[in-house]
Design a protein around this ligand. Structure first.
Ligand code: KG4
Ligand code: ZN
Length: 317
């Protein structure tokens, strides 16, 4: 079965051709990061305009690279939610128009399921499986007892982890997206700043990162008032060590409680080296394997949407 994946929920315009939910024939990604860098974050109106500019070219490139004809496609899978409404609309219109023209089904995919299924491209799934979803918009622990069954165990009550990373990056004067640069400047640096570890009483699988973000801001503001110099790398490393510790501890607790057979990390923050290493190490102690996608499948891409679409369609979900 050939699935055409389409993703345009934020600042990546992407189209992919995937065979049988596993073999990536093409995965074209046009990223708008350089455009939004100027503004320090994604500007929704600018994002949708660029999706319109690029979507047809990205469709064409996806077929060319995959070496298939548009008429070879069996199903179209497009990100339906969540995301920026104007951006989503561009991908959905293009996908539905394509499906209508070739008289094939077009199914809408939840973006988060795409991030989880990005792991399936290079690994296998063993159930029950626990997914730690960490992106710019989401922080969730999701339990999967079988393919295409998603049980949310907990989520963030305020900021998503990627959002917190990006805000900390911004106050430290790092380029957009902050998460990437906070990770970079923290490499091999000892954390020396004291920051709060927020576990939330009686909410074992929920998260909160806004207090941590404010604590970083307070340190910077106080230093500025006293005209003291901040050790940026150490503050970044301190933020990262606290944020990752909470993510890892809660994930391991859930893995134990639900006796899962595998943990996967999903979403843009799955690219974070400290998170990957810490979770892997903690899971090893309880004999559990941790999978994460390779870098190109961590951030937004259409291949993961096509893989999720393959299972959704095949299982009639
Ligand atoms: O999944 P994604 O591409 O978009 C959403 O669906 O939100 O995730 C983007 C997020 C951004 O917040 C970005 O800063 C973060 O992923 N990110 C990272 C790293 N690479 C990307 N955060 C921490 N460390 C990284 N290496
Ligand atoms: Zn995403």
């Amino acid at each position: 079965m050939l699935v055409l994946g389409v993703e345009s929920s934020c600042d990546e315009t992407s189209v992919a051709v995937v065979r049988d939910g596993k073999e990536i024939l093409s995965n074209i990604i046009y990223s708008q990061i350089d455009i939004h860098k100027e503004f320090g974050g994604v500007v929704p109106e600018v994002a949708s305009r660029h999706h319109i500019k690029k979507i047809t070219i990205v469709f064409e490139e996806a077929f060319k690279k995959a070496n298939v004809l548009p008429s070879d496609i069996d199903v179209v899978a497009v990100t339906g939610k969540p995301g920026l409404v104007g951006s989503l609309l561009v991908g959905i219109n293009a996908a539905e128009a394509f499906a209508l023209a070739f008289n094939i089904p077009c199914i809408k995919i939840d973006h988060i399921t795409g991030h989880i299924y990005a792991n399936y491209i290079e690994h296998t799934f063993d159930f029950p499986l626990l997914a730690l979803v960490v992106s710019g918009g989401h922080t969730e622990l999701v339990l999967m007892k079988e393919h295409y069954s998603f049980e949310k165990l907990g989520e963030t009550l305020d900021d998503a982890i990627g959002e917190a990373y990006d805000k900390v990056g911004r106050v430290l004067g790092l380029p957009y997206p902050g998460g990437v640069y906070v990770d970079k400047i923290s490499q091999g640096v000892t954390p020396t700043y004291e920051l709060p570890l927020v576990y939330l009483d009686n909410q074992p699988y929920n998260f909160s990162f806004s207090g941590l973000k404010s604590a970083v801001l307070n340190i910077i503001n106080k230093a500025n008032m006293k005209k003291e110099v901040i050790d940026k790398a150490s503050l970044a490393a301190s933020f990262q060590s606290v944020a990752v510790k909470v993510l890892v501890d809660k994930t391991i607790n859930a893995a134990k409680e639900f006796k899962v057979k595998k943990i996967v990390i999903a979403g843009g923050v799955a690219a974070n080296s400290h998170l990957r290493n810490s979770l892997k190490e903690a899971a090893k102690a309880i004999d559990l394997e941790v999978n994460y996608p390779s870098m190109k499948y961590c951030t937004d891409n259409a291949a993961m949407i096509a893989v999720s679409g393959y299972f959704k369609y095949k299982l009639n979900k």
